[in-house]
Design a protein around this ligand. Structure first.
Ligand SMILES: NC(=O)c1ccc[n+]([C@@H]2O[C@H](COP(=O)([O-])OP(=O)(O)OC[C@H]3O[C@@H](n4cnc5c(N)ncnc54)[C@H](O)[C@@H]3O)[C@@H](O)[C@H]2O)c1
Length: 361
């Protein structure tokens, strides 16, 4: 299969043309909220394998028939484009990414990239062979709070780190058990949610994980078919330890999507919360030195954030600009930690995290 009419070089073009695959709940949200702020992107076609979902999206978006497809292959043959945005469920991420790459199209794929490092690596290697961009949308990175924490930690603002604590608490348990798909997700806490947090842990500390111990909680009344909550103990490079507690069934005060973080160092501590429902204004970082109470730190203003900021990086990389912060390869360390946590939950043992090489972006 050859993608129709891809010019060899669209470096000077004002926009990057993308085909959007997967128009379910989150794909629809991308259409409403994440794509429109990025003027450098033109969504030229949509694909959903489920005909009724496709037709509903067609009507909502007001698209003609020749822009709507049930297969990416058909879309790529019919509509000139440079990239594909994949917002299908995790099990389809790598198959659809490979289909796109074989069509000569660059790929931006939702988290979690894949359920295993081995599967993710097939797409990473193929993209590298073909010289195409493969990016993972780890949208939580593109908020001012985590960016500021990374900057402060790398400048040694609190001295040598001793420990990191993370708490994520949400109550997501009021939907009908029969129809709410989230209750049937594989590893709803570790794969669906903690992937964001372990990725932020790598990003903010600049360290890879070496091992993880996971204990999951599945209360008798939980509607989730797999773990509703989990506690992880993560060992990172340099002897740094992170305690992580995450729950979808917490009646305690609710956190923002980032959760609540404490980074403890020799000279002081940093706290972080953010990724609230109201955008970057909910982010908050505090710095406390020498035993004093932590005070808020000024955060940088951002014009676009979250998914839109990643999408803009993708559009620019496709047109010959800098590589995105989160390539498929740099994301392998997050997939490896997520995969090892699930393995530990099953084995009841501390599990090593596969060392995948590359750099912590
Ligand atoms: N980053 C975030 O904050 C965030 C939030 C929510 C969801 N997500 C991610 O977004 C992805 C999608 O989640 P969702 O809740 O929208 O799922 P969903 O099941 O509601 O929608 C997925 C859609 O993809 C379609 N699809 C499946 N396989 C396909 C294929 N091969 N080709 C074309 N279409 C196909 C389905 O028909 C469905 O309409 C998941 O990876 C999820 O983890 C990310």
């Amino acid at each position: 299969m050859v993608a129709a009419d891809i010019p060899p070089d669209r470096t000077d073009a004002p926009t990057t043309r993308i085909i959007h695959v997967g128009l379910g709940g989150w794909g629809g949200d991308w259409e409403r909220n994440a794509i429109p702020p990025v003027g450098e992107v033109e969504r030229v076609a949509v694909v959903d394998a489920h005909e009724p979902t496709l037709r509903a999206a067609q009507e909502t978006l007001g698209l003609p028939d020749d822009r709507c497809f049930t297969s990416l292959t058909e879309a790529a043959q019919a509509v000139p484009a440079e990239g594909v945005l994949v917002t299908a469920p995790m099990d389809f991420h790598v198959p659809v990414a490979l289909e796109a790459l074989e069509a000569g199209l660059h790929v931006l794929v939702e988290k979690p990239f894949a359920g295993t490092v081995a599967e993710a690596r097939t797409a990473v290697e193929r993209a590298e062979e073909l010289g195409l961009v493969l990016q993972v949308s780890q949208n939580y990175r593109f908020y001012p709070g985590p960016q500021k924490v990374r900057e402060l930690l790398s400048a040694g603002a609190v001295g040598d780190l001793s420990v990191v604590h993370v708490d994520f608490r949400r109550w997501d348990h009021d939907a009908p058990a029969e129809t709410y798909r989230h209750y049937r997700f594989p590893h709803p806490l570790i794969y669906d949610m903690a992937i964001h947090h372990v990725d932020l842990l790598r990003m903010t500390t600049g360290r890879e994980a070496l091992s993880v111990y996971a204990k999951v909680t599945d209360p008798s009344w939980s509607k989730y078919s797999e773990e509703a909550a989990a506690v992880l103990v993560i060992e990172l490079e340099g002897g740094l330890v992170c305690s992580y507690r995450g729950s979808w069934v917490s009646r305690a005060p609710q956190t923002h999507w980032d959760g609540e973080w404490v980074f403890e160092g020799q000279d002081g501590y940093l706290t972080l919360t953010g990724r609230g429902n109201d955008g970057p204004g909910d982010d908050e970082v505090r710095l406390g030195l020498g035993g004093k109470t932590a005070e808020p730190v000024d955060l940088p203003a951002v014009d676009v954030w979250g998914r839109s900021a990643g999408l803009r990086q993708f559009a620019r990389a496709v047109r010959g600009g800098a590589a995105p912060d989160v390539t498929g390869r740099s994301n392998l360390g997050s997939v490896a930690l997520m995969e090892a946590a699930a393995r530990s939950a099953a084995s009841g043992k501390v599990e090593p995290v596969e060392q995948v090489g590359g750099t912590v972006a």
